[in-house]
Each structure stands twice: as structure tokens, then as C-alpha cells.
Design a protein around this ligand. Structure first.
Ligand SMILES: Cc1cc2nc3c(=O)[nH]c(=O)nc-3n(C[C@H](O)[C@H](O)[C@H](O)COP(=O)(O)O)c2cc1C
Length: 296
């Protein structure tokens, strides 16, 4: 049983926690399984919402409510942005034909499973976008060479990721759900053509967003115990054997509870390090170079 003793102070910056402690315990247990959960979480509504995150891959047919996209974008624009350069953009797709194309690019043409990408009312394409900086620099008579360097690529990609995560959190806060789609990089060139991307821009990932289908709810996935990811003062290299069994237990229990095929987490990790897993993303560097990111 996870050891959880939450603070009794429910008020933080005027926010009032909505849950009683048994709900909090349940949420922390879902997040950490039977591993030791942190005992001193400072709880409020915002923290609770973050800890309750789960990816959603089944949506109702409802379109996004009026104002939802603008709310997501306002939250995304409120994320920090490197050097105040705003080097990201978003293409929001709701057209069924374009979504069907996105589904094909995500799953591959031969896919016969449940197609949540085409079914989602909206697919958001988060773009690392140096095109505005490049154009402004040229217009000012400058020579934009920074775009040739890997750091510029990273800067714009980080900006896009921070914006996207704020956007997803906002979507969840207004009753929507979503899931990232890294698989949209499998065919990065085709995707760029499909949405008419300019040079110095590429799609970092997509995000399917909509109203979660109450008949096919998703669940909170367990994470490794905090001491696997949290190092204090200095990085402490630990043998994997020291912690993996506990996480495998939480992972296995989660999969059993939700009727998922029995497999170990370490097997998934091993699969993710094989070339087959890249599914076209091994060509990303070439596409990036064609798009103006020289990655020096
Ligand atoms: C950058 C990124 C790319 C992802 N790409 C995909 C994807 O292509 N397809 C998918 O079904 N889930 C994708 N996911 C969702 C992860 O599988 C999911 O976050 C993870 O399994 C943990 O589950 P949770 O989000 O429900 O906690 C992606 C997540 C991230 C952060």
C-alpha cells in the first residue's frame, strides 16, 4: 500500500481543494501504484488536475465547444518562450478529409485498429517555427545563420513542447482530453506538404483533442517512484535492478486491472530502442535539413 499522508492545509493562494483525503490517496495510488508515493504533496485544485492527467484516445462526436481552441491557445501562449521569440505555431485541423490523411500518416495505410486520430474532433499540430524570426531577420537586412545550428532547432522545439503541454493542461481543465501524436513525425515531409508549412518550420508532434467518451474512459498510468527521476544536488547513478521491479509491479497491476495484454515495461523500453520502432522517423534529419534546419 502506498504510504500517503497528505498535508491538511487545503488552501493555497486562495484555491480550495475539491477532494477529500481518500480521493487524494486514490489518485496518488493510481499514479505510483504500490510503490511509495510522496508523503508531503502540497495539494490544491491545480496540482490535483495535473496529477489526474491521462491520455485520451476515445472521443465523443461533439465538436470542440465554442472558445475551446482560443482558450487552449491563450494557455499555450502563456507558457515561457525562449528569449521571448515565440518560435512555435499551431495548425488546428478539423476537416474530416485532412484528419483522415493525418490518421494515415499516424497509423500507416494498412492499419485496421480503432482510428482515434480521424475520430477526434480536432487534431492540433504543434510546430517548431523559426520562419517568422528568419523572415524578420532578412527584412531587417540581417543574415540569419542561427537557424543552421542544432541549438536553434532545440530552442524552437522546446518552445513548441512547452506551449503544447500548457495547451493540453488547459484542454483538460475545460473538460476535454487529448493525446500527443509523436507518430506524426513518421512522415514528416508528407505532413509538411499536407498543411503547407513554410521553410524553417516542422511539426514536432500532433495532439488529438476532444470530449472524452464516457463509455471508453482512460485511466491514470503509473509512473516510476520519485527517487528514480529525482536527484538531489548531484546525479546519482543507480543500478536499474534497484528500482525496476517495483515499477514493473505497478505497471503489471495497471495492465491487469484494465484488461491490457500482459507485458513488461522493460520489454517496451527495449522495443523502443530498436530501429523498427522509428517507423520513418529515422529520416527526420533529412526532412529537417530540407526544411532549413541544418543541425550543425
Ligand atoms: C511527445 C509525445 C509523443 C507521444 N506520441 C504518442 C503517439 O504517437 N501515439 C499515442 O497513442 N500516444 C502517444 N503519446 C502518449 C504517451 O504514450 C502517454 O503519454 C504515455 O503512455 C503515458 O500515458 P498518460 O499520458 O496517459 O499518462 C505521446 C506522448 C508524448 C509526450
Amino acid at each position: 500500500m502506498a504510504l500517503v499522508a497528505l498535508t491538511e492545509s487545503d488552501s493555497d493562494n486562495g484555491r480550495t481543494a475539491m477532494t477529500d483525503s481518500s480521493q487524494r490517496d486514490a489518485l496518488l495510488e493510481a499514479r505510483y501504484g504500490q510503490q511509495a508515493a510522496p508523503v508531503n504533496i502540497i495539494w490544491n485544485e491545480q496540482i490535483e488536475a495535473l496529477l489526474a492527467h491521462r491520455s485520451v484516445r476515445a472521443f465523443t462526436d461533439e465538436p470542440l465547444p465554442d472558445g475551446a481552441l482560443e482558450t487552449v491557445v491563450a494557455a499555450a501562449q502563456s507558457a515561457s518562450t525562449s528569449s521571448n521569440l515565440h518560435q512555435w505555431s499551431l495548425v488546428a485541423v478539423s476537416d474530416p478529409e485532412t484528419k483522415a490523411e493525418l490518421a494515415r500518416l499516424t497509423h500507416g495505410a494498412e492499419f485496421t485498429g480503432f482510428d482515434f486520430v480521424a475520430q477526434a474532433p480536432s487534431v492540433l499540430l504543434w510546430i517548431a517555427d523559426m520562419s517568422r524570426s528568419h523572415a524578420i531577420s532578412v527584412e531587417q537586412g540581417g543574415k540569419p545563420v542561427v537557424t543552421d545550428y542544432v541549438d536553434a532547432f532545440l530552442m524552437a522545439s522546446v518552445d513548441a513542447a512547452l506551449a503544447a503541454q500548457n495547451g493540453l493542461v488547459a484542454a483538460e481543465a475545460i473538460g476535454l482530453g487529448g493525446v500527443y501524436l509523436g507518430s506524426l513525425r513518421n512522415h514528416a515531409k508528407e505532413l509538411s506538404d499536407l498543411i503547407g508549412l513554410p521553410a524553417y518550420a516542422y511539426v514536432v508532434f500532433g495532439m488529438a483533442v476532444g470530449t472524452p467518451d464516457p463509455h471508453r474512459p482512460s485511466a491514470v498510468h503509473p509512473r516510476p517512484a520519485q527517487d528514480v527521476v529525482l536527484h538531489r544536488e548531484r546525479y546519482r547513478t543507480r543500478p536499474v535492478e534497484e528500482w525496476i521491479e517495483d515499477y514493473e509491479t505497478a505497471f503489471k497491476a495497471f495492465r491487469a486491472e484494465y484488461g491490457l495484454r500482459d507485458k513488461t515495461w522493460s520489454h517496451s523500453v527495449a522495443v523502443s530502442t530498436g530501429l523498427d520502432y522509428m517507423d520513418g522517423r529515422e529520416n527526420l534529419r533529412r526532412t529537417l535539413e530540407e526544411r532549413g534546419y541544418l543541425l550543425r
